[in-house]
Design a protein around this ligand. Structure first.
Ligand SMILES: [Zn+2]
Length: 151
């Protein structure tokens, strides 16, 4: 009997980021940035399953029904995953190391993306408490989001 061999393959290539497309539903994003004006983080809750999304889509990803219920969630949450950017897209070391995070805000079931402001990237870990920092004077724009900071 021949033992099944697992095949692994390493692919080395340059990824053209301009080919990637990101889609955020405009009204969910509009709701989020309007909330920033009052320093609130607003999302939508599904009235059927209770899922809370930030930014809030117009329909529940689980139930496939329209959702309109607006809910406020905390600015505090926990890091769900992160990426430490040590090199640029060509593999050259960067001058300033940055950490991109996905944070599950308390009261939300989805993750929100941002940059983590931290003195030592080696301290970052999944489950680390972090808080969303907004500009002192918010205008209702995505740029109101400054960063996440460890709590
Ligand atoms: Zn649902």
């Amino acid at each position: 009997m021949q033992k099944e061999k697992k095949e692994t393959r390493q692919v080395s290539d340059i990824l053209d980021m301009s080919l990637l497309k990101w889609r955020i539903e405009a009204d969910g994003l509009e709701l989020l940035v309007q909330g920033f004006k009052e320093k609130k983080i607003l999302g939508r809750k599904c009235h059927k399953c209770g899922m809370v999304y930030v930014p809030g889509p117009s329909y529940c990803r689980k139930c496939f029904i329209d959702i309109q219920d607006v809910v406020e969630v905390s600015k505090k949450g926990k890091i769900a995953c992160y990426t430490v950017n040590l090199a640029d897209v060509r593999g050259n070391p960067v001058d300033e190391i940055s950490v991109a995070v996905q944070v599950k805000l308390d009261g939300s079931d989805s993750w929100m993306m941002g940059q983590l402001e931290i003195d030592d990237w080696k301290k970052v870990h999944v489950g680390m408490p972090a808080e969303l920092i907004l500009r002192e004077e918010t205008t209702g724009a995505l740029a109101d989001m400054v960063c996440f900071r460890p709590i």
